[in-house]
Design a protein around this ligand. Structure first.
Ligand SMILES: Nc1ncnc2c1ncn2[C@@H]1O[C@H](COP(=O)(O)OP(=O)(O)O)[C@@H](O)[C@H]1O
Ligand SMILES: [Mg+2]
Ligand SMILES: [Zn+2]
Length: 510
């Protein structure tokens, strides 16, 4: 007998409907699954077989063929366990009622028949929510919070295979998923008040947070670069509903949601290791998965010791920094992952770390040049604020008075972002850093004196078209922090200053 059960599969951050077709024929006992990525087949077979037996049903001793349609793309995912098991029970007439054709099932089975959490539920719920007909999604209880983020779709949860079968037979009813209450949970662990001195760096991070600009911190070891970077998420505004949904969806397909963190309400802070592979940072794999740049969505990506990252990684960062998304191409498909993050990088100016500081540098000019040249000009151009972080003096460290608190900085960020929100309310963008050429032209006008200053600096600092617009966007943010309608000359000159380190460290030839 033949049975068909609906489910979905994940490709990238999207879900696509699939049909699980089960055919049971007379013949030698066999259990074949067609259309699933090969590594997953063996495990799925074992789980489904045990779960069926241990739930009080019989595993048919005949020839079972499971086909996952459409066959054109390799499917992956333990969530197909539940629909496969239902198909086998229906095809072997252990389920009498029809399995409703508007129901979609997803869940991993444990050997004893319990339903376990699976990745990608939010993408599945969204896919069904936007389809034409009314559809119903059935998921493991452990995924309830995530499914509840998409109240537009009717969904139910269950805990055991036996319970699901009883519901199909009309003996029990499934529990409806409750809409999830969203409360942003701002990061409070690290406070800028603990950072002594470093006023220039703090000011630059305030500007970066206000307009979502990228930052590079340069200085000797021990100056507090890592300390400063770690405090950046704490001055960003709490995540909004839309941001929570976007980010949670990515963590869901990456299988990074946990019972303790079933949805992402805190701005991400991702700090991948310098030896991380390009595919783990940018995204990729045989069946493409989001990388660190996507996991930092709506939050912060911190690349500590930037020159130590592989050339591949550094060069591959350029496109997503420009487009705020990343395209991963495969032979038969192309996946787009969002990558809207704030980049903060830190680096020593030379291998020993002392070049340009008050301590003696032990590196040869060639060593220094080699070290710095790992950061290419095009990458540097995409980082809006370059900041020197010198070692703090003893007197500063022993200073009793604490610096400006994260709470106070966060208020300033919020005020500047409110101005930006109003400015861009009729557009697709929210923040100054997201302006395209047309918006820069409209909102970053300079008076004559500023124009003259910019021209001089442009030639003196050997700037190019890319840095030109980025400087104007930073100047716009500085003006917004001051509540100024127009960009004034001191806003512009401060913005230019944050791009003048190229010359000190990299010279003219990058
Ligand atoms: N400005 C500062 N104020 C207070 N403590 C600091 C400061 N700079 C450095 N420190 C202390 O030194 C430690 C090392 O700083 P770190 O951020 O790792 O420096 P870097 O990343 O520049 O090498 C910090 O954890 C902190 O305890
Ligand atoms: Mg450090
Ligand atoms: Zn050195």
């Amino acid at each position: 007998m033949l049975a068909a059960v609906n489910s979905l599969i994940i490709t990238g951050i999207e879900a696509r409907p699939v049909k699980v077709e089960v055919d049971i024929q007379n013949g030698l006992p066999a259990f074949e699954i067609v259309g699933l990525a090969s590594t997953a087949i063996k495990e799925a077979r074992e789980r489904v077989r045990s779960a069926i037996k241990n739930s009080g049903f019989k595993f048919p001793g005949r020839r079972i063929i499971v086909n996952l349609a459409p066959a054109d793309l390799k499917k992956e995912g333990s969530h197909l366990d539940l629909p496969i098991a239902l198909g086998i029970l229906k095809a072997s007439e252990q389920i009498n009622n029809d399995i409703p054709s508007d129901y979609y099932w997803a869940g991993e089975l444990s050997l004893d028949g319990n339903l376990r959490r699976v990745p990608g539920i939010m993408a599945m719920a969204l896919e069904l929510a936007y389809s034409q007909q009314d559809k119903v999604l059935v998921i493991p209880e452990e995924n309830e919070k995530e499914a509840g983020l998409v109240p537009e779709i009717r969904s139910f949860y269950a805990t055991h295979l036996r319970q699901v079968v009883a519901c199909i037979e009309g003996e029990e009813t499934l529990s409806p998923v409750n809409p999830t209450q969203i409360k942003s949970n701002p990061e409070k662990k690290y406070d800028f008040a603990e950072v002594k001195g470093q006023e220039t760096a703090k000011r630059a991070l305030l500007i970066a947070a206000a307009g979502m600009h990228n930052v590079l911190l340069i200085g000797p070891p021990g100056g507090g670069k890592t300390m400063l970077a770690r405090r950046l998420p704490g001055i960003l505004p709490p995540m909004q509903r839309e941001e929570i949904l976007e980010t949670t969806r990515i963590y869901s397909v990456a299988n990074l949601l946990t019972p303790k963190n079933p949805i992402i309400t805190e701005r991400p802070f991702r700090a991948p290791h310098k030896n991380a592979s390009s595919s783990s940072i940018i995204g990729g794999g045989r069946i493409p998965k989001p990388g660190e740049i996507s996991l930092a969505q709506n939050g912060v990506l911190f690349l500590d010791e930037l020159p130590e990252f592989s050339r591949d990684v550094l060069e591959a960062m350029r496109q997503p920094l420009e487009d705020r998304m990343v395209t991963v191409a495969r032979a038969h498909s192309t996946h787009i992952f969002p990558a809207n993050f704030m980049l903060i990088c830190s680096m020593n100016p030379c291998p020993c770390g002392n070049f340009g500081s008050d301590l003696e540098c032990r590196c040869s000019p060639l060593q220094i040049q080699r070290y710095l040249s790992r950061i290419s000009g095009p990458l540097l151009d995409r980082i809006d604020l370059h900041i020197e972080v010198p070692r703090v003096k003893y007197e500063q460290l022993s200073e009793k008075r604490s610096g400006e608190s994260s709470a106070s900085l966060q208020e300033k960020v919020a005020a500047a972002r409110e101005i930006q929100r109003k400015r861009f309310s009729s557009l697709q963008i929210k923040l100054n850093s997201q302006m395209g050429p047309a918006e820069v032209k409209k909102y970053c006008q300079l008076d004559e004196k500023s124009e003259q200053l910019f021209k001089t600096a442009f030639n003196k600092l050997n700037l190019n078209a890319r840095s030109h617009d980025r400087i104007l966007k930073v100047a716009r943010t500085i003006a917004d922090l001051e509540g100024s309608k127009s960009i004034q000359i001191h806003h512009l000159s401060e913005a230019i200053q944050y791009r003048s380190l190229d010359r000190k460290y990299w010279g003219h030839n990058i």
